[in-house]
Design a protein around this ligand. Sequence first.
Ligand code: ADP
Ligand code: MG
Length: 352
Amino acid sequence: IKKVYLENLNKTFVTTANDQVVAVNNINLKIEPGEFVTMLGPSGCGKTTTLRMIAGFEMPTHGNVFIGEENVATKTPDKRDTAMVFQNYALFPHMNVFDNISYGLKIQKRPKAEIKERVERILKMMKMEDFSQRVPAQMSGGQQQRVSLARALVMEPGVLLFDEPLSNLDAKLRIHMRDEIRKIQQKVGITSIYVTHDQEEAMALSDRVVIMNAGIIEQEGTPQEIYQRPVNEFVANFIGRANILDGEIVGIDEGEVIVNIHGVGFTVKVYKKFDVGQRVRVVIRPEGVLVGKKDFTVKVDKSVFMGQNHEYGVDFFGSNLEISENNPTGKTIYKIGQQMGIGFDQQALHIL
Ligand code: ADP
Ligand code: MG
């Protein structure tokens, strides 16, 4: 169980047309021993390249990768004490489950009895004892992915790396497997770095989420911090749904400001310095908009019953505002074209 430290890490690819592509742009990141950290960002933002530099499949253009106390930036993958779980499972098709899982231990020339004991222990933990003689083609995607996780775990690496391991599975199995990964990770306590473009997966799994965009880190924090206090519009829009409103600071108090949003003042907690008169952007999540208040009167453009929530879209001073009303049973349902009174939960307002 090791810590990981990425120092000023950069990967610049040179294409055949001699163009430079900065895939990872000088990132710095510290991961504590036993921590589960997810790197989350849109396709092409540099997640896989970062993970491959940690694993040693890709050499940095410059910068360092520390695993434990050791700088491994120029070491080959087998010298790094990492194991990786891939999106496409990457199992050997002609080998059965037992042989797939034991492969790395055989390469390390471990004694036969030890290999048997370790593989059987992992199979038991993964509830896969009955599958040990099957080949990959005789298993479902979820079962194959479990074997691929077992193959990584059996090595007892200092750091476990995951590159979108669940994206080939259907929605239901994906949720089941992510809960299972989290459970196993907590049981073994292994440092884990998980790459995904799925924000729900990131929030469900992680101690800490790192938001990446175009080769840089936009923000890192617990799922709650990222959701409740995004640092910019990119993060606000990437994690969950966000309404972003124009406001103006009209008063300042200790740790709080009064922000005027279309003529109504709201008292909002702040985490950085603002000046009176400053124009700002204010984030409010759909569930932070309160139906039935009298701060604003708006016209309903969308009204959809979703079971747990009722989803509205309303015209708010010429822009669309999304509202999610929890536990709609027994409450007034507004139809498209109707007028509705709304307000904002002051605690849910966040100023960028
Ligand atoms: P992600 O995993 O977040 O989708 P990647 O790390 O795979 O992103 O890619 C980041 C950027 O680097 C992309 O613009 C991609 O096209 C580019 N890239 C990745 N690998 C190579 C390569 N071998 N040669 C040139 N460009 C690459
Ligand atoms: Mg990728």
